[in-house]
Design a protein around this ligand. Sequence first.
Ligand code: C2E
Ligand code: CA
Ligand code: CA
Length: 293
Amino acid sequence: DALAQAADTAMYRAKSHGRNSYEFFTPEMVTHSQWRLAIESALRHALEQNELSLYYQPLYNLNRREIVGLEALVRWHHPQWGLLLPDQFIEIAEETGLIDGLGDWVINTACAQLAEWHRMGGKPLRLSVNVSGHQLINGHLLETLQSSLLVHELEPSEVRFGLDITENMLQAGDDVLKTLRRLRAWGANITIDDFGSGYSSLRHLKDLPVDALKIDPVFLKDIPFDTDNYAIAAAIISMGQSLGMNIIAEGVETTEQLAFLELHGCDEVQGYLIGKPMPAEQATRLMRDNGQG
Ligand code: C2E
Ligand code: CA
Ligand code: CA
């Protein structure tokens, strides 16, 4: 129909301009709401048609000098539009409620992958998924995790599961905190993503049911040359560690950043310098090469 056609044209133009953003051309092509409608209806099919996949990005422990985890990042391979990144559809999925189905799919797929890696043997890696506020509030996240593991014949003790949440979710109230405590008691490792960009009060940080902080990559920009960022990143590392948390730096792209993070005792690093997000087969090969398979 006309809407789908407009969206096709829009996406084609966006891609031919080398930009993955619809904002670039929206004014002349399709309105914002038309665009969202097109994404929404395509996303409904995406779940049924197997158009989604998970990519995996390694996390490297600086002390142990080995890969200790992987983060699952969703990708959408649309038959006409090509590869879409989460920034183009997660927000719409959240607003339309499609995130619940998508989130369940992510957890199921991650568990299936864990089961495959578990059968390969070797050291168990932590596999982290990103969760939306919705998933923490609707209350069945733990049940989804438990039943997924069951389906894939994994014991909770055989896997290490990580959940990336954002600072702002912690503001949502006692129910969310209760959910997080249950997840943690079950064995999930909770990380605050993009730490420093939200509004969590430092006063409460010590009481939160959280295992790790992931420094927002904006604070790693131009380190060590940007002295403000240098000071902030160093402070986050030392504060977080004093509170007994694991500190992760993401978006690490340069050897200068890596040297800074090692100097300051950061625990784990993630970024293009270590490895880009990659399809499952490639992640499997990486683990084999590391003696983890
Ligand atoms: P995030 O959780 O902060 O993930 C890190 C993002 O930074 C990823 O973008 C990753 O590809 C990118 N990245 C990693 N290393 C580097 C680097 O060295 N340099 C630069 N410039 N970028 C790097 P991606 O995959 O496009 O994901 C964007 C966001 O979408 C994620 O941010 C996360 O918030 C969300 N997301 C991804 N997958 C899911 C999912 O399954 N569920 C939900 N709810 N959100 C997801
Ligand atoms: Ca994340
Ligand atoms: Ca992040």
